[in-house]
Design a protein around this ligand. Structure first.
Ligand code: ADP
Length: 193
């Protein structure tokens, strides 16, 4: 059966990670989160992790090559999966082009970009709250939170236009309870899988 591949997209704090875990389980998708992969490198104390942690703690993006390589290493591990769910990747247009090439080489494509829409004040509120639970250094400092949102608007949001031109852009209301948003996303995935 052909794989159906999704991007889950949205600003920091929009709920991508929370929803991805639930969606991957429900629809048997391979969930790939570059944020999780990078934090695993840091936790393991690798050289790469050491290099990336200062970039991440400032709320800047790590170099495209780093995340592209991480994803490339995973794109062949698709055994018995219905598709990919890319979370927090791509974050630049260059990453998007690299992902398209990787998928095209394997006879696949990006089938749908699900974009969680959440207003600015709600994002900041959620990230401040998460800081207390997650212990993530990039959630603790309000200036870093604002920088991550700015970086999203400047470097990541242009991917929306790129995907809109390809007819795969699908906005989703990202405000509500976790279950309500999960139901919205699930309906959109169900139609395509
Ligand atoms: P967020 O909650 O901000 O969406 P993530 O867990 O996806 O958090 O990512 C945390 C940090 O890891 C980012 O702020 C960035 O520094 C780095 N990062 C993760 N994915 C990428 C990527 N695709 N390209 C560049 N940097 C990334």
């Amino acid at each position: 059966m052909a794989m159906v591949n999704f991007l889950i997209f949205g600003p920091p704090g929009s709920g991508k990670g929370t929803q991805s875990v639930k969606l991957a389980e429900k629809f048997n998708l391979m969930h790939l989160s570059t944020g999780d992969m990078l934090r695993a490198e840091i936790a393991a104390g690798t050289d790469l992790g050491k290099k990336m942690s200062s970039i991440m703690s400032k709320g800047e993006l790590v170099p495209d090559e780093v995340v592209i390589e991480m994803i490339a290493a995973m794109t062949d591990s698709t055994k018995n999966k219905a598709g990919f769910l890319f979370d927090g990747f791509p974050r630049t247009v260059a990453q998007t082009e690299a992902l398209e090439n990787m998928l095209n080489e394997r006879g696949m494509k990006i089938d749908c970009m699900l974009v969680l829409e959440v207003d600015h004040d709600e994002l900041v509120k959620r990230l401040m709250l998460r800081a207390e639970l997650s212990g993530r250094p990039d959630d603790k400092d309000p200036a870093v939170i604002e920088n991550r949102i700015d970086v999203y608007r400047e470097k990541t949001e242009p991917i929306i236009d790129y995907c809109r031109q390809r007819g795969i852009y699908q906005p989703v209301d990202g405000v509500g309870t976790i279950d309500e948003i999960f139901a919205r996303l699930s309906n959109l995935i169900k139609e395509r899988i």
